[in-house]
Write a protein that binds this ligand. Sequence first.
Ligand code: HEC
Ligand code: HEC
Length: 308
Amino acid sequence: MKFLISILLLATISFANEMLAPKDYPTGEVGKLVKLGEDIVNNTDTHPLTKDFVGNKLQCKSCHLKGPDGKVGTGKGISSWVGTAAQFPAWSKREKTVQSLQDRSNNCFMRSMNGKRLIVDSKASMAIAAYITWLSEGTPIKMNEKGPWSTHNTKLYPKGVKHFKAIQKKATHENYLAGKDVYAKKCASCHGQNGEGIAVFPPLWGKDANGNWLSYNTGAGMSKLDKAASWVRSNMPLGQGGSLSDQEVADVVLFMNAQERAPFDLQKALLPKEEMGYYNSAVLEEKHTVESNFKSLGLDLQQIKTGK
Ligand code: HEC
Ligand code: HEC
């Protein structure tokens, strides 16, 4: 297993130099759209074109991190957008259909942003696709039968997810306590004692004083223990991705994803059919809770949290 992790690490490091946005924006209307897309992915929860489609206090940049050029999605870890547009259309196991880049982004609205899918081909949806496509300029197009992830992520993400699943299936109450400790030492200074977020540091779970959900819901990739671990290992603590051991990552994610977050019910998350038009998915019923996400790895949430 150590061998596999060294390969993952090496692969991450060797991508480091490639991860930059192109130097110049396109000209004309396309250039305007790319800039609009960039504004939206930076300010998703407050931007006039998207705020009504967001149900938490996150932005796309909260998970699709900035790289050294300051552009959202050029961070070298898992969830980079460099090359992503060249991977679509791509098969999605979750929706059991071949998805477009716009479909994929809209699903992050409904899950990671705890909101609603944008109308495909609305200005905001098109602008986000234009921005991500700009970041992918120069990447050769490759048909993608396996998963809707970027060129870089298809190499790293599924392996990391599998690796963490094996570790997390064995989790006990002791791991929860160890995770709580890692959280207090390595995460709370930015994300808050209760996951509520501090200033520019985004919230990880829970509600605000008015009862509004703060972070991703239980249908998001990040709410799945193994997926979140793969992401956290690569990206957190901010600027020090890869510094925690696999066990520390597994434990801190066990703690983080055991806390309260919005339940996901696909039918409630979709806009009314007249408004939304066609929804490109063969899966039309899907529900998740914190408990069910734990159960999917054979874990009992109550037992993990209380030891009883
Ligand atoms: C809470 C974290 C989170 C937020 C916020 C988020 N995403 Fe994602 N996104 C992910 C994760 C994790 C994946 C990959 C794993 C998966 O499919 O479960 C992903 C995958 C994607 C992909 C597929 C390509 C890739 O990089 O793997 C696109 C496109 C995307 N997101 C767009 C968006 C857009 C647009 C927004 C803002 C509206 C957004 N995301 C907000 C976590 C997030
Ligand atoms: C130095 C500050 C800092 C530390 C320490 C830190 N983070 Fe983050 N984290 C951030 C920032 C900033 C973002 C969002 C990136 C952005 O907005 O540019 C983020 C994003 C996230 C996200 C996705 C967005 C969300 O709010 O759900 C998760 C999950 C996360 N961090 C988990 C962790 C965990 C777990 C630890 C501890 C192991 C940790 N972070 C430590 C600053 C930090």
